[in-house]
Design a protein around this ligand. Structure first.
Ligand SMILES: NC(=O)c1ccc[n+]([C@@H]2O[C@H](COP(=O)([O-])OP(=O)(O)OC[C@H]3O[C@@H](n4cnc5c(N)ncnc54)[C@H](O)[C@@H]3O)[C@@H](O)[C@H]2O)c1
Length: 339
């Protein structure tokens, strides 16, 4: 059976997901695309023999030739499309963020709970990364005892001129926030943001790097160094310190070369290179789960909790204080930890 997927938003990641849905993954094809930039959507549709160009997201969701929906438009538009897909009874994969405000995420939770089944997967692809999964497996096995703290780093080589300190939280650290919740099967209880000395490479008025402290409900503390002008590459780090040992995210999936007193491996150039296999695995898992009649991976609850943590992180960035997180009661639909 082939799953027919409609894609809303044919920008950078939309085109990347269309490429993998068309050329990399199995059991799926792109049957419709749309974008507010109709010219861009037409160029993309012209390259896809099985896809029709739909005039709007709503028309795409209602198209009987669309079994399930991928939302890769700008963040503030996600709520509308996710709600419409739920109302149409169609499974939806939504790139992060699920929605840009706590209230919008809560409306999605309410709609999914009313539907009585999980219909939303959120694109936190790090959960499908082999290195992160290996790390979590060690923690779950408890061979090194109970976790106490985690050090993480999220270093981007550079960012476009419109990037801001707020975007370091919303667009970069959001992934570390989801990793922390997933790694420890726990919620974040409070966020503090420290502002180290500013990099001379940062644009004026822009605090880069940031040190984001996430206090988990269990007491585990996660420190995330978030830096977006690292220059040398896209460098993702992680180490969990436990009572009887530590587990570290392996540095590179590529070859490590040792010669003449040197030790060298590749630093990925960007997030696409670092997480290409994770994106493939993430979307294949979604396709397989939808074909089997359900969904998988990060849920709408995970999307909601991440957005609340980002909003709290922004408060902490501006207040300079420790800001507690208050989540609504977790509905039964989301009681089980998500894969
Ligand atoms: N998981 C990840 O690591 C990751 C990486 C990149 C982007 N993203 C997310 O994917 C989303 C898209 O990011 P991008 O970098 O591809 O942005 P982009 O600007 O390259 O593309 C977004 C596209 O959405 C279209 N669009 C905007 N409003 C629309 C609407 N109402 N209906 C239909 N189309 C609309 C735009 O015209 C544009 O073509 C964002 O939410 C972003 O956070 C996630």
């Amino acid at each position: 059976m082939t799953l027919n997927v409609g894609v809303i938003g044919t920008g950078m990641i939309g085109q990347d997901h269309i490429r993998r849905l068309t050329h990399v993954l199995s059991g799926v094809r792109v049957s419709a695309v749309t974008d507010v930039d109709a010219g861009r959507a037409k160029t993309v549709a012209d390259d896809l023999p099985a896809a029709v160009l739909q005039p709007s997201g709503q028309a795409l969701i209602e198209d009987p030739a669309v079994d399930a929906v991928v939302v890769t438009s700008w963040g503030p538009t996600h709520e509308e499309y996710v709600l419409a897909a739920i109302a149409a009874g169609k499974q939806v994969f939504c790139e992060k963020p699920l929605a840009t405000t706590e209230e919008a995420c809560a409306r999605i939770l309410d709609a999914e709970v009313a539907a009585g089944r999980r219909m939303v997967m959120v694109g936190f692809m790090r959960r499908f990364d082999r290195q992160y999964r290996a790390m979590k497996e060690v923690l779950t096995g408890r061979s090194i005892g109970a976790p106490l703290l985690m050090h993480a780093a999220h270093r981007n080589p550079s960012v476009p001129p419109h990037f801001t300190s707020e975007m370091i939280i919303n667009d970069s650290t959001v992934h570390d926030i989801d990793v922390a919740r997933w790694m420890f099967d726990d919620e974040i209880a409070a966020v503090t943001v420290l502002k180290p000395r500013i990099s001379s490479k940062a644009a004026a008025g822009f605090n880069d790097p940031l040190l984001v402290l996430l206090e988990m409900a269990s007491g585990v503390i996660v420190d995330v160094e978030a830096m977006v002008n690292a220059g040398f590459g896209y460098d993702i780090r992680g180490e969990v310190v436990c009572e009887d040992g530590t587990v570290e995210l392996s540095e590179s999936a590529g070859a490590v070369v040792k010669r003449a007193g040197q030790y060298a491996g590749r630093v990925p150039a960007n997030w696409r290179e670092r997480f290409v296999s994770a994106f493939d695995a993430e979307l294949q898992a979604w396709v397989d789960a939808v074909t089997a009649g359900g969904t998988t991976g990060p849920s709408a609850w995970d999307g909601y909790a991440a957005t609340v943590a980002c909003e709290t992180g922004l408060r902490a960035l501006h207040s300079g204080r420790r800001e507690p997180i208050v989540l609504r009661e977790r509905p039964d639909l989301y009681k089980e930890p998500t894969p």
